[in-house]
Design a protein around this ligand. Structure first.
Ligand SMILES: C[S@@+](CC[C@H](N)C(=O)[O-])C[C@H]1O[C@@H](n2cnc3c(N)ncnc32)[C@H](O)[C@@H]1O
Length: 593
């Protein structure tokens, strides 16, 4: 429908109450009944109640759908995308107006099935599109012609597109300043594209491992750039004033594949179904409807959840567990009344030579004979035999083994997911917590804020007088206390509460105290940062799985707190906790000057 007809139609249905001659009303009703728009983010329901009289039909409360932007935390992926869009616009000398889309018109397009509808104009195939840059979420960004205004462009997000690729894409969703697309074909390959490296049979369809078609060196370089960009966006004053050191090279994961110690495949219940007649796909979400990997078009099916029987990122025992749990699901799926997520968490047992393996296994995922599955591994450095099982019960207590220390925690609770890199990262943290020029007779202290079940507290406890951990989850604190004891460590105290609770009772001398921060994705809050600056510790090591909130916090600490300006950023670098994905763990070290 062209704009003219549509706007005249809206004039009919906009008023709260209108009297419309019957033939026109019938047309309005049939048009309204076709509304099924993917782009509805917020809608005002259309009241379709019609009161018929002999000659006229009364249509009540006809309202247009309004587009309402979702509020996003600026440091969330959709918030960061806004900075990335502005960067791209700047490079191409464009303004936001010049890439804007009329989302409301699409939202109120009642004839979207018509060949000439506005929806069809927007949601189309575009050929020979060059991918220009990569976002921090690992997607390609491109500029394409605007479908309805030849003076404008559109910004397209292209998952699995790499800078330099020339691609065919399908636009399927429109936002005010960008469109979402599926990658259909790669006509010319980017020089960095290495499809020959792909191992995962679901790659290019499943969300998750997006970087398998890059060399590992390239992945590490991209993650280093992600950290630099995060500070450019969220700590611009530190960048402008040149008080930020160059981002260090990303520390690789010893295992680039088969490293994840926790996965959570899920299945959905078909809409309105009360019982499952057919076994639904069990696996991970599909990333759009891409078709560029022709050889894998049928792999995993076509539902929004792909049916996945192997995960190239998960450890061996989790893949065995996945096979077991899929077999169980084949038999039991009819018992489920709604969709569910299945937990597969690795459990590590230090082998006790006085007992048989079977005596030590505990509960875990079972094979077709009903036996708990396990694999044996060796810690060659310490000459210790380890047994790995796969736990599926959220409440079961599981163990991790890091650097000779054992950590117990509840299977459903947080613990770092890549065991292979933990020895490297805990060593790095320990070394960077050291207060320079420490004298032998002067004791040093440690504070572990957001301590979880005590990973950094325990691994950094040697050589310091006392460690104080603080953590909001009482359950995690109780495990942290037990973990210290289990490993024969007596100098750790743990407090339950928000991180800032620490400052109510802290008694260690600030000049001799180092602080570890390891907050959740949203980062620290200003109250905590202010009190931290007030306490004025000798060194701070800030670890984060969201470098964007880390950059925001570091700038706030240095620029907005009274004593923050007395600190210098000693180093900033990534650790690759999540190979083959876009995620990076960032570690920033601050010292007092
Ligand atoms: C990324 S995890 C780090 C845990 C631990 N450092 C580790 O490596 O296992 C963040 C932890 O912060 C805790 N947390 C979240 N908000 C908090 C707050 N306001 N104060 C203290 N702890 C908090 C969570 O419960 C979680 O255990």
């Amino acid at each position: 429908m062209n704009n003219l007809i549509k706007s005249s139609l809206f004039r009919y249905i906009k008023p709260l109450t209108v009297l419309v001659p019957q033939p026109t009303t019938r047309r309005c009703l049939s048009i309204m009944s076709t509304i099924n728009n993917d782009n509805i983010i917020a809608t005002t329901p259309i009241n379709k109640r019609v009161q018929e009289t002999n000659t006229v039909t009364k249509v009540k409360k006809q309202k247009l759908k309004k587009y309402k932007a979702k509020k996003a935390d600026p440091t969330s992926p959709s918030g960061v995308l806004q900075f990335e869009i502005d960067d791209l616009l700047k490079t191409h000398n464009l303004t936001r107006d010049e890439v804007s889309n009329d989302v409301s018109t699409i939202l109120n397009d009642f004839s979207k099935e018509d060949e000439n509808s506005i929806t069809k104009k927007y949601h189309r195939i575009v050929n020979d599109v060059e991918i220009l840059v990569l976002t921090s979420s690992g997607d390609g960004l491109a500029l394409i012609d605007h479908p309805v205004d030849s003076t404008k462009k559109q910004i397209a997000i292209v998952p699995f597109g790499l800078p330099g690729d020339i691609t065919n894409i399908r636009v399927f969703k429109t936002h005010p300043y960008y469109v979402e697309t599926d990658l259909l074909d790669v006509n010319k390959k980017s020089p960095i594209r290495r499809d020959d490296l792909i191992r995962d049979k679901y790659f290019g369809k499943a969300s998750g491992s997006q970087f398998e078609f890059l060399t590992y060196e390239k992945q590490l370089e991209i993650k280093m750039n992600t950290i630099s960009n995060a500070y450019k966006y969220f700590a611009p004053r530190l960048v402008e004033e040149c008080i930020l050191p160059a981002t260090g090279t990303t520390i690789p994961s010893p295992l680039p594949y088969y490293y994840r110690t926790k996965i959570t495949p899920h299945f959905d219940m078909p809409r309105r179904a009360k019982v499952l007649e057919e076994r639904p796909p069990l696996g991970f979400g599909q990333k759009g409807r891409p078709t560029w990997r022709k050889e894998t078009l049928e792999v995993g099916g076509h539902a929004s959840t792909l049916d996945i029987d192997e995960c190239a990122l998960a450890t061996d025992i989790l893949n065995i567990g996945l096979t077991n749990e899929r077999r169980r699901f084949d038999k039991e799926f009819k018992n489920y009344k709604k969709g569910a997520t299945i937990l597969l968490r690795e459990n590590t047992i230090v082998f006790d030579e006085t007992k048989t393996i079977k005596e030590q296994l505990g509960e875990g995922s079972r094979d077709e004979n009903g036996e708990v599955s396990y694999v044996e591994v060796e810690d060659k450095e310490r000459g210790v035999k380890l047994i790995k099982t796969c736990v599926t019960n959220q409440k079961q207590i599981v163990s991790e083994y890091v650097d000779g220390y054992t950590f117990n925690f509840t299977a459903g609770e947080f613990f770092q997911n890549n065991n292979s890199i933990l020895s490297t990262v805990t060593k790095y943290v320990r070394e960077n917590l050291q207060i320079p020029n420490s004298k032998i007779d002067e004791p040093n202290y440690l504070v572990d804020a957001y301590c979880g079940s005590g990973l950094f507290s325990v691994c950094s406890s040697k050589g310091v007088e006392k460690v104080t951990g603080v953590e909001i989850s009482a359950d995690s604190v109780s495990f942290a206390e037990k973990n210290a004891k289990l490993n024969g460590i007596e100098n750790c105290d743990f407090i339950v509460g928000k991180a800032e609770k620490l400052f109510e009772s802290i008694s260690t001398p600030n000049d001799r105290t180092s602080v570890i921060l390891d907050p959740p994705r949203k980062g620290c809050d200003e109250v905590f940062m202010k009190q931290l600056a007030e306490y004025y510790p000798a060194r701070i090591v800030y670890i984060s799985c969201n470098v964007h909130s880390q950059a925001r916090d570091i700038e706030y600490f240095i620029k907005e707190t009274e004593k923050g300006s007395h600190y210098k950023i000693e180093s900033l670098r990534g650790f690759d906790f999540f190979p083959q994905t876009h995620h990076v763990e960032s570690v920033c070290v601050l010292s007092r000057v």
